[in-house]
Design a protein around this ligand. Structure first.
Ligand SMILES: O=C(O)CCC(=O)C(=O)O
Ligand SMILES: [Fe+2]
Length: 627
């Protein structure tokens, strides 16, 4: 066995080739059916998943059903549209599970242990408590010509991941390629298309736990090559011990091998879980977060992969896989804790009330979740406009977390500015973002008193300040840019703004003024070179923009907070959310609750003006209302 560095190998299996071929043919026939029959929609890959069937739900010894016990269910086969699918796949599963049983014996022998010592962890195929296998029928559509890049770069089929189960055996397409395995150096090795007489085998995380690292779960991915003219079909069989089995490391003292370093991509929160049931349930929740949320709305997954019942606080708001999901499904629902729920776009289609995925599903969603699982959280980012308490919180968070993770006021741009998803793509792959807001009456007044960056607004009486268009002027450098044809369109200004997004564009046109920083006015985010008509409109756009950061692909968790709540409730909630999301333990004390926030003393007619002209629909999304 050579699975210490790369847990992948090809196996000449000896089952009748007919069995694999039939299963592959039935699978590709199924995926050629019209969408209505497949009950899904095409994305990077289409998949349909079946698992070991159980007669009835299982009660554990305490009389209460374990949470993962919900996995015990039956499979809805598409017998009505393709009756030949079920027997072909079940025959395949049975034969491949048998091979997996034999491989498991070989693994025991390789580690000098008696195979009979682990028999109790696995169950015969046809019994009431079988080994918990699952099988995926997968089809990766070819790259459509309009998506093909000129360089022929492949598209993603499945992002890099390790399998969480014990061992995976795959009968795959003999024509179309795509599967790749990562070697310890980080590069990728192609698995060539293989004949049906071959099974591609790979070690899963449970084997890694069991063998104490002797066998390694190895990252792999699937690419969609534009050279593939047909869909690539594959049928991974995920072999597992019994659902109730708990896998513990064996004693490997007598074994000699070169132990690989823990891979960098394994985030410390992505713990290897030895319980087969909890591990499988975690995998389901992470691969299909939306569906999990829909069918198990009383549960939630913690950052470390454990699934628990919600407690009272979570009824207000919770984080699933780094996404904010509103229990009410509404956007901008403010909770007592002072943070808002933002419902992420739903990409999953509805499934029946069946608690487990046995229907065609969308690959995209699961790919995304896998990537999240593999990428460590890189940084805590703090965003917020001027005068929103961001400095205080940045220092506090640096104090608490810098020993374990970077805390920074920069995301795609510095904290105050409009954020843009496609800037620095790749540079920030996984950030936990804290976005701060301040009471609109106090914020506008504070800006009036000290308009950082907005030098043309210094020293104005309040009415003039709030009604003056939010616009600056360009300088000689900017004017030169406009004189050169094509330059304005191509130039990049400071903070990665384009020319039409900021005034001025050139750093030389942006003088500093003591106490007011450099001169800079942001224009409309839509690139029309229009200015916001006042600070109120700028504020509205900024709130919308900073909330949209929750949807950025690099945002793994998003916590909007009102400055006033942090002051009066203390920072305990924020710190515990960040600990959960990053896995880094704080080295500081939360601030004490009970600090009174004193609002600014402002004239009555200013309040009336704000009541009349503030954008209260958007303010309500972050929990601010008319006085
Ligand atoms: O399609 C394949 O060949 C592999 C798919 C895979 O890695 C998975 O579903 O875990
Ligand atoms: Fe896999």
């Amino acid at each position: 066995m050579i699975s210490h560095e790369i847990g992948f190998f090809l196996l000449q299996h000896g089952i009748s080739e007919d069995v694999c071929e039939k299963a592959l043919n039935e699978t590709s026939q199924f995926f050629r059916r019209p969408l209505s029959e497949k009950m899904g929609k095409i994305d990077e890959r289409e998949q349909i998943e079946y698992a070991a069937e159980y007669e009835q739900s299982h009660q554990d010894s305490t009389g209460e059903m374990s949470l993962y016990g919900r996995l015990r269910s039956t499979n809805p086969w598409p017998d009505a549209v393709q009756p030949s699918l079920r027997p072909a796949i079940m025959e395949y599963v049975k034969r491949v599970v048998d091979i997996a049983d034999q491989l498991r014996e070989s693994m025991c022998l390789a580690m000098n242990i008696n195979p009979r010592e682990v028999d109790h962890l696995f169950g015969p195929f046809d019994c009431t408590d079988p080994s918990f296998w699952s099988v995926k029928l997968v089809s990766y559509p070819p790259v459509p010509s309009h998506q093909a890049t000129t360089s022929g770069e492949p598209l993603q089929g499945v992002g890099a991941h390790t399998d969480s189960n014990f061992m995976t055996l795959i009968c795959q397409d003999s024509h179309s390629s795509g599967l790749q395995v990562q070697h310890v150096g980080g590069g990728w090795i192609d698995v060539p298309p293989t004949e049906p007489s071959i099974l591609v085998c790979n070690i899963g995380e449970l084997s890694e736990i069991w063998s104490n690292g002797y066998f390694l779960a190895t990252p792999h991915r699937v690419l969609r090559h534009s050279s593939n003219t047909h869909s690539r079909t594959s049928i991974p069989l995920f072999y597992n011990p019994k659902l109730d089995a708990v896998i513990k490391p064996i004693n490997t003292d007598g074994l000699m091998w070169h132990r690989c370093e823990q891979k960098q991509w394994r985030h410390k929160n992505n713990k290897l879980l030895g319980g087969v049931g909890v591990n499988s349930f975690k995998s389901l929740a992470r691969s299909h977060p939306n569906m999990f949320q829909r069918h198990h709305s009383d549960l939630r997954i913690l950052a470390d992969g454990r699934i628990v019942r919600r407690d009272a606080r979570d009824n207000a708001s919770f984080v699933l896989c780094g996404l904010f999901v509103a229990p009410t499904g509404r956007i901008g629902d403010i909770t007592r804790n002072g943070f808002i729920n933002i419902a992420r776009k739903e990409t999953a289609r509805d499934v029946s009330s069946d608690p487990i995925i046995y229907k065609t599903d969308i690959g995209h969603e699961s790919n995304h979740a896998w990537e999240q699982e593999l990428e460590p959280v890189e940084k805590i980012v703090l965003l917020g406009e001027r005068h929103s308490g961001t400095n205080w919180i940045t220092y506090h968070l640096q104090d608490c977390f810098s020993h374990g993770i970077q805390v920074t006021p920069h995301y795609s741009r510095f904290k105050h500015w409009f954020q843009k998803e496609d800037l620095y793509r790749g540079a920030t792959n996984s950030a936990v973002v804290v976005s701060m807001f301040r009471d609109p009456y106090d914020w506008v007044w504070a800006m009036k008193e000290r308009p950082h960056h907005a030098h043309d607004h210094i020293g104005l009486p309040w009415l003039e300040f709030v009604t003056k268009p939010w616009i600056g002027h360009r300088g000689p450098r900017d004017r030169n840019i406009t004189l050169v044809p094509g330059m304005k369109e191509n130039v990049t200004c400071f903070s990665q703004f384009s020319f039409v997004e900021v005034m001025p564009c050139s750093r030389d046109d942006s003088p500093k003024r003591a106490g007011y920083a450099d001169y800079k006015y942001e224009l409309f985010v839509d690139g029309s070179e229009r200015a916001y008509s006042s600070i109120i409109d700028l504020r509205r756009a900024k709130i919308v923009n900073h909330l949209s950061v929750a949807q950025f692909s690099g945002t793994k968790a998003f916590y909007p907070f009102r400055y006033e709540d942090l002051e009066s409730n203390g920072t305990e909630l924020l710190l515990s959310l960040l600990e959960r999301a990053t896995g880094v333990e704080r080295k500081c004390n939360a601030t004490e609750p009970g600090r009174e926030v004193r609002h600014k003393e402002v004239p009555k007619d200013y309040v009336e003006w704000m009541n009349k002209y503030g954008h209260w629909d958007v303010e309500a999304q972050i929990g601010y209302h008319r006085r």
